[in-house]
Design a protein around this ligand. Structure first.
Ligand SMILES: Nc1ncnc2c1ncn2[C@@H]1O[C@H](COP(=O)(O)OP(=O)(O)O)[C@@H](O)[C@H]1O
Ligand SMILES: [Mg+2]
Length: 242
């Protein structure tokens, strides 16, 4: 499998949203929500973008408090965090007012239930920096509990599941294996998520090598994916005898 970052439809939409967000006039709220089911490439996309752009990237986690969140942001900005929340807020505010950056927070679901998300709204209001909230499929519904935060959402972007065209593009970029169209259609019925697809390609690559298959059609793929390894071995043994 090739290690490439693929510009899927979701990635392209994210990039144009970020371009747009950075051009929004100062007096317009600049919070954005990126959401969608797990395994669609949200985290990978924001990390890839954050690496290449002037931004602060933090990932929320279980049990995170406002103080913890702000400490992480301070450290991301290259400063040493203080104990008090207020001090950390001030450091962040000073740095970001001087030099605006896009603040990206992944896994915001951990911050919604405990109102910590409000800290990000505060940060947005005080620094006028764009804030990108990234969460799971139901994040937009969960955020609806915070009307004054929703008021500040400039746009929402939902990461969509892949269709067979997307899968075709991903396969071309991720692997040198050859797939017939019916095999791709079949694969699309088995998965519409990146993570599953990556795992499946890995498995198929190994199986094709073992079974010396050059090009996969639907029938062979079904056999490869559904047959247990011992059954495969039996088939081979029978073929050799036959
Ligand atoms: N654009 C991409 N190009 C290549 N691989 C990707 C891409 N997006 C996701 N992946 C693969 O899919 C996996 C799951 O993606 P991830 O970003 O963790 O999904 P999410 O955050 O939506 O749950 C990643 O570990 C990576 O292997
Ligand atoms: Mg993720």
């Amino acid at each position: 499998m090739k290690k490439t970052f693929i510009r899927t439809k979701n990635v392209k939409q994210f990039v144009s949203l970020m371009d747009e967000l950075q051009k929004v006039p100062p007096n317009i709220p600049k919070m954005t929500l990126v959401y969608g089911e797990h395994g669609l490439g949200k985290s990978q996309t924001i990390q890839w973008w954050a690496d290449k752009n002037d931004s602060v990237y933090v990932r929320a986690s279980q049990g995170m408090t406002s103080r913890w969140l702000l400490s992480e942001i301070v450290e991301e900005l290259g400063e040493e965090a203080y104990w008090h929340l207020h001090d950390n807020f001030e450091i962040i505010e000073n740095i970001l007012r001087e030099h605006s950056k896009v603040i990206i927070v992944d896994e915001i679901d951990y911050l919604i239930d405990k109102n910590i998300i409000e800290t990000l709204r505060d940060l947005h209001d005080k620094t006028a920096c764009p804030v990108v909230l990234v969460g799971m499929g139901a994040a937009d519904k969960k955020l609806a509990r915070y009307p004054h935060l929703m008021d500040r959402i400039y746009k929402k972007l939902k990461f969509e599941k892949f269709n067979s065209d997307d899968i075709k593009e991903i396969l071309t970029e991720l692997t040198d294996l050859k797939f017939k169209d019916d095999a791709i259609e079949y694969l699309a019925t088995r998965t519409n998520q990146f993570r599953q697809l990556v795992k499946l390609i890995n498995r198929i690559e190994k199986l094709m090598k073992t079974n010396q298959i050059e090009e996969l059609d639907e029938y062979t793929m079904k056999g490869l994916l559904n047959a247990r390894p011992d059954i495969n071995a039996n088939i081979k043994a029978m073929q050799t005898i036959g």
